[in-house]
Design a binder for this molecule. Structure first.
Ligand code: BG6
Length: 505
């Protein structure tokens, strides 16, 4: 990770006692501290609804680090206390205006006492309905004012619930903050392996010439999870896989796979290219939804020797819920590079493996010279593995040694784990650091969020309005409804079954 001349600053985390802060944000800040990447003069202020003093808060943070930053916590016990000296706390009820006045005074006093300039990143790690409330309360107290230091806000997903609500939220945030100050986080863009898609494509001479409709038959993007919704049923039941995974993470991955090379590598140029992809996605009309989008919901099934709950039995989920826990869809991108190349995306919970990968299926050689002698159908694929066993693999046909010309599919793979001494940073470390140095390249811009909602919204509307569109049920520990294979429109093509490792056996 880079270490620019990072300015002295304050990170304020709204919702600092919540799950995200404990699991991801505080461990990420701690890791940045261990790596010496934070500003010399840096503090993190927890802003939570709980009443507690600074010592208790430091103790709570320490407990979170013990659990969620486990490895670095035990490796560097002497650093924990040093880190905790940078941790502060102010009780803030997000809906109480006067609490923001208290927050303002608290920040001002600390900034004088510790001689820190009021460069502030505000992290909204709070329920989405509070984003506009907190933004408005900050503005009322002038806490967005940049005279005494820059101010940035990081907004978690979901950014809006629909196209209209996303636009509305954007308007409300822009009432007090300009676009350069708004960081819409999508942790998929912070993944090292997603960024590597750009490097694989644009720093090598041999991928890009074939990265188009002439050589690529189809692209598959899979993000599967082994677990169900757990204790997030309340949130998930109002969201579903389309809003939770496709509208943001997977459309962003698609944009990185399909974008044109930017002329220069800076935030605007990259985001200008990714947004063009999202804007070029062919809309799916209500009447086409059933053919192009398959939704599913998990029902009870066996995993190991345990019977898993059906989605409708999970806590916080309506007993007759129609919320999708699986989506597979076919996307076409109407531009010069991708005309008629289908992109298939699927995501789901309670599937057999936890895997995220992009598979580029190349067209077969124009003349199949060895067809009769193939042991398996040669399958030319480029696999960009995001998780687990991150890396890149190429599958192609090879001659089996010996007499004749028998061909078999083999696999050549690079694994990140082979890079000695290089740890892959957590997405949140990278993204937090980027926001601290003012680099928004890996954050979603307003126009991209708008474009992806524009595509997703009509599908959600069709599901809501047309009871004829089926919701398929699938058993836990299966790859979702079989109907997801019908998207290929060819009985010989099926979704690739990803394994947790893609190492050549
Ligand atoms: C989150 C979704 O944004 O991403 C979760 O809300 C999902 O439902 C998670 O489990 C997946 O992220 P990752 O990094 O584990 O693939």
């Amino acid at each position: 990770m880079k270490k620019n001349n990072i300015e002295d600053q304050i990170l304020v985390i709204f919702g600092s006692n919540g799950d995200l802060a404990k699991r991801k944000l505080l461990p990420a800040v701690f890791q940045l501290f261990l790596d010496g990447l934070l500003a010399k003069n840096f503090i993190v202020i927890g802003a939570g609804s709980q009443e507690k003093d600074e010592l208790t808060n430091r103790h709570d943070v320490q407990e979170s680090l013990k659990v969620f930053a486990n490895k670095s916590y035990t490796e560097f016990p002497e650093k924990v206390n040093l880190f905790l000296e940078h941790v502060y706390y102010q009780k803030v009820n997000n809906q109480t205006e006067t609490d923001f006045e208290l927050l303002k005074n608290y920040i001002e006093n600390l900034s004088i006492k510790l001689d820190i300039k009021q460069n502030i990143v505000y992290y909204f790690s709070i329920p989405p309905f509070l984003y506009e409330v907190v933004a408005a309360n900050l503005v009322k107290q002038g806490l967005n004012n940049e005279e005494n230091g820059w101010k940035r806000i990081i907004v978690e997903k979901p950014f809006g619930y629909s196209y209209d609500s996303a636009i509305d939220l954007d308007k409300k945030l822009h009432a007090g903050f300009n676009e350069e100050q708004i960081y819409r986080i999508d942790h998929y863009l912070g993944k090292e392996t997603v960024q590597n898609i750009m490097v694989t494509r644009f720093s090598n001479g041999f991928f890009e010439p074939i990265w188009n409709r002439k050589y690529i038959d189809r692209v598959e993007i899979t993000s599967s999870e082994k677990i169900g919704v757990g204790n997030r049923g309340g949130y998930y039941d109002t969201s579903g896989a389309m809003r939770d995974m496709i509208q943001n993470h997977l459309l962003q991955v698609l944009a990185v796979v399909a974008m044109e090379p930017p002329a220069i590598f800076d935030s605007d140029s990259i985001r200008n290219e990714t947004v063009k992809v999202l804007q070029a996605i062919r809309p799916i009309k209500a009447a086409e939804v059933a053919q192009n989008v398959v939704r599913g919901q998990y029902i009870s099934g066996q995993v190991g020797d345990q019977i898993q709950n059906a989605y409708r039995q999970e806590s916080g989920v309506a007993p007759n819920s129609k919320t999708e826990t699986f989506v597979a869809l076919k996307i076409l991108i109407d531009n010069w590079r991708w005309g008629d190349v289908p992109f298939y995306i699927r995501t789901g919970k309670q599937l057999p493996e936890r895997v995220t990968e992009v598979v580029i299926h190349l067209k077969p050689a124009p003349h199949q010279l060895f067809k009769q002698l193939c042991l398996t159908e040669p399958n030319n694929m480029i696999i960009l593995r995001i998780f687990p066993d991150a890396g890149v693999a190429i599958d192609f046909g090879m001659k089996i040694p010996g007499a004749g010309f028998k061909v078999q599919n083999v696999n050549m793979a690079f694994h990140y784990s082979d890079l000695i001494d290089k740890k892959i940073s957590e997405a949140y470390e990278r993204l937090l650091l980027d926001s601290m140095v003012g680099d928004s390249t890996l954050y979603a811009r307003a126009d991209a969020v708008k474009a992806s909602w524009k595509f997703v919204d009509p599908i959600l509307q069709a599901w809501k309005n047309d009871p004829e569109i089926p919701l398929y049920f699938y058993e836990c520990n299966t790859w979702g409804p079989n109907e997801s294979n019908m998207l290929f429109g060819d009985k010989f093509i099926k979704w690739r079954e990803p394994f947790s490792k893609f190492k050549t056996e």
